[in-house]
Design a protein around this ligand. Structure first.
Ligand code: 2AM
Length: 176
């Protein structure tokens, strides 16, 4: 039977080429740092995390997304870091492009206008590459990944046996 609720979030979802580059970087870090390597087809940058929402709310999510008037931008993912508590190793932009911060901020505002409550914690753009990894990844090493961004997506997280897979529910262009 179909679930009545879905676990969803908005994210930047890489094309095959960028996902392959991210995964290469992840493998390099994994060899130094261990842990669990995120699969290539799951790599993403979260913009807004909603968690479980009822199916009937999906229309409101689409409406919020459709109101975004974003501009395309290029992300230079040139910084490796970790969060010790969660033992996550991630890749992030040294400096977030203004268009990325604007996109996340506008999305938050539109989601709140549609009645969704979001976390107050500040936007910290990152792509998780490893979980349960060492807490001191090598700062130098992988080359920066260049990610031209021209759309954002709504993703559903589907819990499989042991693994989560993600399904794109919708995608909206950043037409400029
Ligand atoms: P993470 O990679 O740093 O764990 C799907 O779970 C995506 O949503 C992941 O990118 C995850 O971030 C993010 N996520 C999970 N729970 C979250 C929360 N409570 N707040 C913000 N982002 C969250």
């Amino acid at each position: 039977s179909a679930p009545l609720r879905r676990r969803v979030f908005f994210a930047l979802w890489p094309d095959h080429t960028v996902a392959a580059a991210l995964h290469e970087t992840a493998r390099g870090l994994w060899s130094a740092c261990g842990g669990r390597l995120m699969r290539r087809d799951t790599l993403h940058l979260t913009l807004a995390f909603l968690g479980e929402v009822p199916n009937v709310a999906l229309d409101r999510l689409s409406r919020a997304a459709a109101r975004i008037e974003g501009a395309p931008f290029v992300l230079e993912l040139d910084r490796v870091g970790s969060w010790h508590g969660q033992r996550i190793v991630w890749l992030a932009p040294q400096e977030a492009p203004a268009a990325l911060s604007a996109l996340a901020g506008d999305l938050d505002a539109e989601l709140e206008a549609e009645g969704f409550a979001l976390e107050a914690r500040p936007f910290s753009p990152h792509v998780t590459l490893l979980r349960n990894a060492c807490s001191a990844p090598p700062a130098t090493g992988p080359a920066a990944v260049r990610w031209p961004v021209s759309a954002f997506a709504l993703l559903e997280s589907v819990r499989g046996v042991g693994v989560a897979t993600y399904r794109v529910l919708g995608s909206w262009p950043l037409a400029g």
